[in-house]
Design a protein around this ligand. Sequence first.
Ligand code: FAD
Ligand code: 2HG
Ligand code: ZN
Length: 437
Amino acid sequence: MLSRMKTLSCLQILTGCTNTEARVSSILKYCNSRCLAVVPQGGNTGLVGGSVPVFDEVIINVSSMNNVISFDKVSGILVCEAGCILENLISFLDNRGFIMPLDLGAKGSCQIGGNVSTNAGGLRLLRYGSLHGNVLGLEAVLANGEVLDMLGTLRKDNTGYDLKHLFIGSEGSLGIVTKVSILTPPKLSSVNVAFLACKDYFSCQKLLLEAKRKLGEILSAFEFLDEQSMALALSHLEGVRNPLPPSLHNFYVLIETTGSNESYDREKLEAFLLSAMEGGLISDGIVAQDIQQASSVWHIREGLPEALIKAGANYKYDLSLPVEKLYNLVEEMRTRLENLATVVAYGHLGDGNLHLNISAPQYDDAILAQIEPFVYEWTSKNRGSISAEHGLGLMKANKILYSKSPAAVNLMASIKKLLDPNGIVNPYKVLPQSMIH
Ligand code: FAD
Ligand code: 2HG
Ligand code: ZN
């Protein structure tokens, strides 16, 4: 009876409101006053369990807040509500000659609020940088229902602490993001995609260095996958074929260039590819001849998370590591696991971000014991990050000390306590429970 009454009074509060952040505010006020926990949820595409309730938390999904509020064609600044789906924003901007500074395989479902809350990286970070740079402002609702208006649209604003950064990447643990202001780059007319084969990891590394030197300002993506990833894509993704003639390639690299001058860009790319071929860095390769070929090449890379799901059980690790050491971990993992599981490696090599996935027919404690804590210790010893772009969510909250000092985590816990004293917003996520006093 008690909980029914609570629900009713919440509904009464909601019907009195018209604007959406006020609705979110009312819900949070209500929940906070009764110590009811809430989980902010966007498109639910996160890979660490951040948007999923653990017990009986109330899910707050802002998907109906999906309006573009304004777009300034001169500055490229887009202001929108947090529930806008990334792909819809991409189309909105495309019609106006702009692009989003981020792109990821989950674009059809993920929301900009979720992207900001996870500080999503993705396929374009190499060129446009992280959301800490591109998000100019946001609006967030705190646990007590207070609406924090930080929805600036200025590129430069050094007035006091830049509080928006607390909400970028804090995975909904400090409040609910309701609006976002983001700087969007102009759409450039000339896009080229090359799909290349390398005989070893050392060649991939050298190719990256050469690409940065020789392609410079037009380089917009540098992704890699190993032969195990390619095998997985070929067996589990519909209609996928290897665009390179069948032969034993150990590694594949996808390079994208984006610029404003078709012939200049093409010439630059061809000169780079020729010198890479002559220097023995690449053993084969193609340059996509049209949009269809470019998107089918992208599909191989972007489809890998889906291929892994289809392949069975999957242990996922999203690591930042020094590029020169990154593949040593993969090889050591293969030695440890022998025939127990397939080790698959791909990722955003241009950003030093390895997606290490261990695929097996089913989950097995013997496999897990070979992977953890080894993978975290290895990453920590090499001064890497145990979460490059996916966040910590529920699954990795207890691993934060592998990448952050106790003093830093204690300060994070104090900030959490200050903004959410009752601990109602996304509990059990991001920080270890033992460190939240
Ligand atoms: P959700 O999954 O719903 O939530 C993620 C976290 O953000 C949760 O902790 C949730 O509580 C919080 N949250 C969501 N909305 C809000 C809000 N409005 N206010 C406050 N907190 C909120 N990630 C990358 O970084 N790079 C990639 O390349 C990439 N590729 C992917 C490819 C695939 C196929 C898939 C399935 C996932 C991929 N991801 C990638 C992970 C995921 O898509 C991103 O993290 C995405 O940004 C999550 O957005 P979402 O709206 O789905 O958020
Ligand atoms: C990607 O880059 C995503 O495709 C998912 O970040 C990575 O599946 C993964 O491990
Ligand atoms: Zn990724």
